[in-house]
Structures are given as C-alpha cells and as structure tokens.
Design a protein around this ligand. Structure first.
Ligand code: ZN
Length: 250
C-alpha cells in the first residue's frame, strides 16, 4: 500500500496520537531510572567511594614502602650500634702497650657515633612520616565507610524506584499493546517507517516546524502538506510521521 495515497480518518489520527503519547510516557518513565536524579546520585556516591578506596590503597602502598625503608634503616642502625659497642669495649680495655693504634680506634668510634646519630635521625624522620600517613589513612577509612553507607542507601533508593517504574511500565505496555491491536494494520505499518530510536512516532506542524524535532519543514514538503493535507507525510529531519491537521481530515 502506498502511504501517500492513504488518507487517515479522524479516529485513526486520534489513535496514533494516543499511541505516541503512551510510548513517550513509557520511554520517559524508563529514562527516569537510568538518567533521573536517583541514578545520578547513586553514580556520584559510588564513584566517591571508589575514589577514596583507590586513595586508601595508594596510601597503604606508601605506608608499606616507608615501613620497609624504616626496617632497612633500623637493621643498619643496629649493626652500627653493635660495632660501636665493640669498638668502645676495645678502647676501654686497651692497655698501655698499643698506643699507636689508639688514634685509629678513636677515629673509628667517632665515625661510628656519627653514623648512629645520622641513622637515628633518619629513622625518627621516617617514623614521623609514618605517623602522619597513618593518621591520614585512619581519616580516609572513616570517610570511605561513610561513603559506602551513602552509596548503599542511594542504591536502595534507586532499586525502589526501579520497582515502581517497572510496575508502572507494565500497565503502560499493556495499554500500548491494546491500542496497537486496535489500530488497522495499514496504519500501524506507517509507524514502522519512523526510525526505531524515535519513541514518539508522530508529530504535527507548528509554525512551519515539526513538533517532534522542532526543525523547520522545507518549503517543498510544506507545499506538499498544503496540497495533500489529509495524507501522511514524514519529517525530512527526524523521520517522524507528520500527522495531518485535524481540520483537513475528511
Ligand atoms: Zn521532525
């Protein structure tokens, strides 16, 4: 059947409008779940939690690296301290017979004492950093737990909305199915020409523009609509079915 030759009756136009309205309602209804404030709130909160979790993991790695460094320092420090003890013991027990080696031993003790001082300072510095990072980790852990609670609460809210919407959608879909089955196959076939991604399949002309995409209708199409007002036309921009104006319907 040639679409151009089909002239819609008033009832058919009303059916198409009703179907388009119901479809749009069902579409908006479902969009509320994926794009509504509940969904974005959940997304934001889940992201905040993940960000904090990652920061916490990075902080944990820094802490472990610092702790390794501190343990290495401590090992060296213990070894210097042990050497120092031995050298000091040698100095104490050195008896008069070995004067020549005494200055060398004193230099050795001096060197070891500075090493011990240097390594003690370094270890204290590391311990201070560990304490600062540890406090930061404790605070982040509290923050992460709070963010997790927030994200779970937002998820629950979204799930409740999803259930409500699904319930509403069931009613809408059954209304759509009823209406669709009431529409004559010839007329329903006209709707199939509209791109599938377009939910509200029908539009009409307002101020020389398509009410669906709001773009201006070309003068060629406008001319055809004026000459064959009762026929079905499609918007050249969005593909929606442009319904004839009601007063042109026979
Ligand atoms: Zn359009």
């Amino acid at each position: 059947m040639n679409a151009k030759s089909l002239v819609l009756t008033k009832d058919q136009i009303e059916q198409l409008y009703a179907l388009s309205e119901l479809s749009t309602k069902a579409h908006r209804n479902n969009l509320r779940v994926s794009q509504g404030p509940e969904a974005s709130s959940y997304r934001e909160k889940a992201q905040a939690y993940k960000r904090t979790k990652l920061r916490l993991e990075a902080l944990g790695e820094d802490l472990r690296a610092l702790e390794d460094e501190r343990q290495g320092l401590e090992k060296d420090l213990n070894s210097y301290e042990a050497q120092l003890k031995v050298s000091k013991g040698r100095l104490e027990h050195s008896t008069g017979g070995d004067f020549r080696s005494l200055p060398a031993l004193q230099v050795e003790i001096y060197t070891l004492e500075s090493k011990v001082g240097e390594y003690t300072d370094a270890e204290l510095g590391l311990m201070e950093q560990l304490e600062v990072l540890g406090r930061e980790r404790d605070l982040l852990e509290i923050e992460m737990k709070r963010e997790l609670q927030d994200a779970l609460a937002a998820k629950e809210e979204l799930e409740a909305l999803r259930a409500d919407v699904a319930h509403l959608d069931q009613t809408l879909q059954s209304d759509i199915a009823k209406l669709r089955s009431a529409i004559e196959p010839d007329v329903a076939a006209l709707l199939e020409r509209v791109p599938t991604q377009i939910i509200d399949k029908v539009a009409f002309v307002i101020d020389l523009s398509c009410s669906g995409c709001r773009l201006r209708i070309s003068s060629i199409l406008m001319d055809r609509i004026k000459r064959f007002g009762g026929e079905v036309h499609y918007c050249e921009e969005c593909g929606r079915m442009l319904l004839p104006e009601r007063d042109l319907v026979q």
